[in-house]
Design a protein around this ligand. Structure first.
Ligand SMILES: *[C@@H]1O[C@H](CO)[C@@H](O)[C@H](O)[C@H]1NC(C)=O
Ligand SMILES: *[C@@H]1O[C@H](CO)[C@@H](O)[C@H](O)[C@H]1NC(C)=O
Ligand SMILES: *[C@@H]1O[C@H](CO)[C@@H](O)[C@H](O)[C@H]1NC(C)=O
Ligand SMILES: *[C@@H]1O[C@H](CO)[C@@H](O)[C@H](O)[C@H]1NC(C)=O
Length: 390
C-alpha cells in the first residue's frame, strides 16, 4: 500500500513538472486549445462529470468520512487514483469538473492543488473543462485568478468568459462548447449538441443574504438565452438546415432551488441523503432554461451525498455525487462519478444524423468500478422532434 502511494505521489509530481514545463517552455498555441469536439465514429459523445474533488495538498491531506479501517491509508491521492481508473474504464470524449475542484481553505498553494487535482485528466490527453464551486477561491487565488490559471493548463477547453459577453457577465468561467456531428456525415460542420458551463458563484454579496449561497445572475441568464438563440440560428441555417433546436446540457456547481422537488422516492434514479444547499433566493434560471427548451439536463455538484436525477417540466436535474476523498461524504457509501452518453440517429447509407437520445449512469469507486442507475434522460422521438430512422 505504502509502495502504491509512493508510486502515485511520484506520478503526481512528475505530472506537475510536465505540466509546468509545458506552461513555461512551450505555451500551447491557441489553435491547439481551440480543438473541436465532435461525435465519434460509433455515433456517441461521452462526458465524465467529476464533482467536488476537494483536493488540497496530496499525500498529506487525509480523507473524510471513510470507514475507520480505511482512514490510515487514505489521502487526496485516492481521489487521483479514482480519476485515473474511471478515465481508463470509460474513455470519455470530455471530462467536466463541476467545482470545488480544490478545497481552498486547506490548500497551501492553489496553483499546486489545481495542477495536482487535474493531473489525471491532463495526462489522459482527453479534452477537459472546469467551472468553480464555492470553495476553490479560499486558498491563494481569487476566482478570476483560478480561471486565468485553469485556461492555461494543457488540453483544457475552459474559458474565463465568452469574449462577446465579457463586459457584462457576472462571474468567471461562463462559456459554451459546440459538439459537431460525426466526421463524414452531413452534420459534420454543425453543432448538434451544445454544452453550457456557468459560474454559480460562492457566497452572496447582498448584505441581508451574507454567507448564503450565490445564484446564477440575470447577466448570465441573458448570455445563455442569446447564445442558445444564436446556436439555433446556425443549426437552422444552410447548408443542411435542421429543424428545431439542437439539444443542450448545462453544467455548474450550486444546485437550483428546484432540486428540492425530489426525494429518493420520486427522483427517477439515485438518492437524496441531505438537503439541497441552493441559493436562498430563486434567480429564475430554471424558468429561463425551461422557456428556452434546448437544455435537456442540468448537472451540478455541491451536495456530496445526493446523486439523483429527477425530471421537472421536461428538464432533468441531476447531481454528480461526491467524487473526492477530502470532501464530506458518507462512510461506506462509495465516492462516485456521473457519465453521460449522447447517441446519434443512424441514417440511410450508414451515416450518422442528429441526436437520438441522452443516457446517464454512475461509476462507483469500488473494486470493479460498478455501474449503477443507468437511465435514459431524453429521447428525440418522444419529444415531438422527428427522428429519421431509415
Ligand atoms: C486509498 O488508497 C490506498 C493505496 O492505494 C488503498 O490501500 C486504500 O484502500 C484506498 N482507500 C480507499 C478508501 O479507497
Ligand atoms: C464541412 O466543411 C469542410 C471544410 O470547410 C468542407 O470541406 C466540407 O464539404 C463540409 N461538409 C459539409 C457536409 O458541409
Ligand atoms: C416528490 O415528493 C415530494 C414529497 O412527497 C413532493 O413534495 C414533491 O412535490 C414531489 N415531486 C415531484 C416532482 O413530483
Ligand atoms: C426513451 O425510449 C426508451 C426506448 O424506447 C424508453 O424505454 C424510455 O422510457 C424513453 N425515455 C424517455 C426519457 O423518454
Amino acid at each position: 500500500m505504502a509502495n502504491n502511494q509512493r508510486k502515485i505521489s511520484l506520478l503526481v509530481s512528475f505530472l506537475f513538472s510536465v505540466s509546468l514545463s509545458c506552461l513555461c517552455l512551450s505555451p500551447i498555441p491557441a489553435s491547439a486549445r481551440r480543438q473541436e469536439l465532435r461525435f465519434g465514429a460509433n455515433g456517441e459523445f461521452k462526458i465524465l462529470q467529476v464533482a467536488d474533488m476537494h483536493f488540497a495538498n496530496g499525500a498529506t491531506t487525509p480523507c473524510l468520512d471513510v470507514l475507520p479501517s480505511q482512514i490510515a491509508h487514505c489521502s487526496d491521492l485516492n481521489t487521483t487514483t479514482f480519476m485515473s481508473r474511471v478515465i481508463a474504464a470509460e474513455k470519455p470524449d470530455l471530462i467536466v469538473f463541476t467545482g470545488d475542484n480544490i478545497f481552498g481553505s486547506d490548500a497551501k498553494d492553489a496553483v499546486k492543488s489545481l495542477n495536482a487535482a487535474f493531473a489525471p485528466a491532463i495526462e489522459s490527453k482527453i479534452p477537459w473543462v472546469a467551472v468553480l464551486g464555492n470553495h476553490d477561491q479560499e486558498s491563494t487565488l481569487t476566482r478570476q485568478g483560478l480561471m486565468n490559471h485553469i485556461v492555461k493548463l494543457p488540453n483544457t477547453l475552459s474559458q474565463v468568459n465568452p469574449p462577446e459577453a465579457a463586459h457584462y457577465i457576472d462571474g468567471f468561467g461562463n462559456y459554451n462548447l459546440k459538439v459537431h456531428g460525426a466526421a463524414d456525415s452531413n452534420l459534420q460542420n454543425k453543432s448538434i449538441l451544445n454544452l453550457y458551463f456557468l459560474d454559480s458563484g460562492d457566497y452572496s454579496s447582498v448584505p441581508s443574504l451574507k454567507s448564503k449561497y450565490d445564484w446564477v445572475k440575470t447577466s448570465q441568464q441573458f448570455w445563455f438565452d442569446r447564445t442558445s438563440k444564436r446556436l439555433q440560428k446556425e443549426y437552422n441555417a444552410k447548408p443542411n438546415p435542421q429543424q428545431g433546436k439542437a439539444p443542450g446540457l448545462a453544467y455548474f456547481h450550486i444546485p437550483l432551488p428546484e432540486f428540492w422537488s425530489f426525494d429518493s422516492k420520486n427522483a427517477t434514479k439515485g438518492v437524496r441523503q441531505e438537503g439541497t444547499s441552493a441559493a436562498c433566493t430563486n434567480s429564475g434560471f430554471f424558468t429561463t432554461l425551461v422557456a428556452r427548451g434546448d437544455v435537456k439536463s442540468v448537472f451540478v455538484g455541491h451536495d456530496h451525498t445526493n446523486d439523483f436525477c429527477g425530471e421537472l417540466k421536461g428538464l432533468n436535474l441531476c447531481y454528480g455525487g461526491g467524487f473526492g476523498y477530502h470532501a464530506y461524504g458518507k462512510a461506506g457509501w462509495e465516492r462516485r462519478a456521473r457519465v453521460v452518453v449522447v447517441d446519434l440517429n443512424k441514417k440511410r447509407k450508414d451515416t450518422w444524423g442528429d441526436v437520438k437520445s441522452i443516457r446517464t449512469w454512475k461509476r462507483l469507486d469500488d473494486k470493479h468500478l460498478s455501474v449503477i442507475d443507468s437511465q435514459v434522460l431524453w429521447n428525440s422521438s418522444a419529444n415531438g422532434l422527428v427522428a429519421p430512422r431509415l
